[in-house]
Ligand binder design. Structure first.
Ligand SMILES: [Zn+2]
Length: 223
């Protein structure tokens, strides 16, 4: 793949370029790179080869089939590289926000009010808070977000009301981690990001996320 010549890139063209576009591109580049005009002979040679190549309809047709694949591979490779170099924000850095303290601070103490309504009254509209440094906003990140999961009880599959593993519920709570790639420069302090868990695939098909969506408040560290 390293030896793949990107004829389109050499001529500053898109793969949709017409014959007219190719000729136009060649002549405008020739004005700059022709050795007679003081251009680099090697570069001009390559431009000429690419120009000849793309004008050959049969060659171009064959080439275009590979081109799509090449671009796709390149895209995946770049993404993999970014993934490897991304900074990991560990699970413990995500603070679960629904603590008694928060509720008390907001003076919502009435137990008879449903938890969901209490959160609304306390004006807490997110599940987690994460504190990032100024530099974190500038680079690719991987969020390792803790999530609550439901696992189907494999001892009774919900058929035994007296099951001691799930207490007859047919399922039990468990914990998991969702990894989310956050490209650089996409976050800002004070932002609440929402992550859809509906399509999250767990290794075990019997384990499902408890919530369909989680939201995270992005904060900037003050120190
Ligand atoms: Zn059970």
């Amino acid at each position: 793949m390293e030896y793949f010549i990107d004829h389109y890139k050499i001529l500053n063209l898109s793969p949709e370029a017409t014959e007219k576009d190719i000729k136009k591109a060649f002549w405008s580049l020739a004005k700059i790179y022709h050795p007679d005009k003081g251009g680099d002979p090697y570069k001009f040679h390559q431009i000429y080869i690419s120009y000849q190549f793309l004008l050959d309809q049969e060659k171009r047709l064959q080439y275009d089939k590979f081109y799509q694949q090449y671009k796709q591979n390149k895209f995946i490779q770049n993404l993999k590289k970014r993934y490897q170099n991304a900074k990991v924000i560990e699970t413990y850095q995500f603070q679960y926000i629904v603590t008694l303290k928060t509720l008390l601070n907001n003076q919502i103490r009435i137990k008879t009010i449903k938890k969901k309504d209490r959160l609304l009254l306390a004006n807490i509209r997110y599940d987690y808070e994460v504190n990032l440094t100024g530099q974190d906003f500038e680079r690719d990140l991987i969020f390792k977000i803790p999530i609550l999961l439901y696992s189907v009880c494999t001892h009774c599959f919900g058929k035994d009301l007296n099951c001691s593993y799930c207490k007859g519920l047919g399922r039990y709570k468990t914990e998991g981690i969702v990894r989310i790639f956050i490209p650089a420069h996409t976050l800002h302090p004070g932002q609440i990001i929402r992550i859809n868990l509906e399509h999250i695939k767990t290794k075990n098909p019997l384990i499902l996320p408890k919530k369909k969506q989680i939201s995270i408040m992005i904060q900037k560290k003050l120190y």
